[in-house]
Design a protein around this ligand. Structure first.
Ligand code: IPM
Ligand code: MN
Length: 347
């Protein structure tokens, strides 16, 4: 039997409400499938409270400790009483960068029974491979003449040949095992340095995947198609910031961020991957059991898949499918949905 060590970081706000439901459903699925694996969860209290107490979001020592786990299960980050960026950079991005999560995987699917805000959504089933370690997220840049009328703020997008190529190759491989269609999204009509590096890289890696049809969209045009014809997408690969933006839109057209899961993946497995719902800490509804834990539960399925527990992942997904199909307009609490999913998993 295999034992997996999982670090659990609920984080802030609704993270504390959805994470227990994700774990509940995951454990129920392991039990129901009779999978010969055990998960050993270690909880970390990181986030706003801890930052207020110590001034630290995540120490270097904790980062090194987390490196020893098989995976990290994360809730949400962000708090209105902490300056914007402190926890995001100090906790979540520190792990994404520190653990080389270069594939930020964001599957988008319109499940049966789920209402899309689009009048004619058609079939929506695509994955966004968002680059996770470069682009405008690295913190390069700075401020000159701070606070004066002549202040200049730059936010530099870093794109390396190595970093772009590895994520593009990963996306091609995913397209190859899906419907064999890859759309790369950038803005090379304006961002001519980074954009053309992406273009050349896609053209080069495409030679290794002759069966995959490739097309290109400027990011702005991509947002149009995501609303007018989302069925055209199979795999999308894009940079860190464009990927952040289009995956919120992708979530919106496929039933909302309450359903959108993600994996921050280190495909080389040199460090633990991290699984989290795409949504944030939602301070406006935190503590009220109003959050939909489905995104978190689906993130647990992605984690199971990453650990090689494919039956567990499939069972969780089919439970979510059933629950969504039966849901109608009913409003249920966070734990009611978690209990329902655990029940469906148990059969
Ligand atoms: C996301 C979030 C994060 C991001 C924030 C919280 C740093 O919006 O996971 O999409 O911008 O990547
Ligand atoms: Mn985001």
């Amino acid at each position: 039997s295999s034992e997996f060590k999982i670090a659990v970081i609920p984080g802030d706000g609704i993270g504390h409400e959805v994470v227990p439901e994700g774990l509940k459903v995951l454990e129920a699925a392991i039990e129901a499938t009779g999978t010969d694996a055990s998960l050993d969860f270690t909880h970390y209290e990181l986030g706003a409270k801890r930052w207020h107490e110590t001034g630290e979001a995540l120490t270097d020592q904790e980062l090194e400790e987390l490196r020893g786990y098989d995976a990290i299960f994360f809730g949400a980050v962000g708090d209105p009483d902490v300056p914007s960026g402190v926890l995001e950079r100090g906790l979540l991005l520190k792990m994404r960068f520190g653990f080389d999560h270069y594939v930020n995987l964001r599957p988008t699917k319109l499940f049966a029974g789920v209402e899309s805000p689009l009048a004619n959504p058609g079939e929506i089933d695509f994955v966004v491979v968002r680059e996770g370690t470069e682009g405008p997220y690295t913190g390069q840049g700075g401020v000159l003449r701070y606070g004066t009328e002549h202040e200049v703020a730059t936010e530099v997008s870093v794109n390396t040949a190595y970093g772009v190529e590895r994520v593009v190759r990963d996306a091609f491989a995913r397209a190859q095992s899906r419907r064999k269609k890859l759309t790369y999204v950038h803005k090379h009509n304006v961002m001519v340095h980074a954009g053309h590096l992406w273009r050349r890289t896609v053209e080069k890696v495409a030679l290794e995947f002759p069966e995959v049809a490739v097309d290109y969209l400027h990011t702005d045009a991509c947002t149009i198609f995501m609303v007018t014809n989302p069925s055209r997408f199979d795999v999308i690969v894009t940079d860190n910031l464009f990927g952040d933006i289009i995956t919120d839109l992708a979530a919106a057209v496929s039933g909302g961020i309450g359903l959108a899961a993600s994996g921050n993946i280190n495909p080389d497995r040199t460090a633990p991957s991290l699984f989290e719902p795409i949504h944030g800490s939602a301070p406006d509804i935190a503590g009220q059991q109003k959050a939909d834990p489905t995104a978190c539960v689906l993130s647990a399925a992605l984690m199971a898949q990453h650990l090689g527990l494919d039956d567990v992942a499939e069972l969780i997904e089919s439970a979510v499918e059933k629950d969504l199909a039966a849901r109608g307009g009913a409003i249920r609490s966070t734990s009611d949905i978690g209990d329902a999913l655990a029940g469906l998993v148990a059969g």
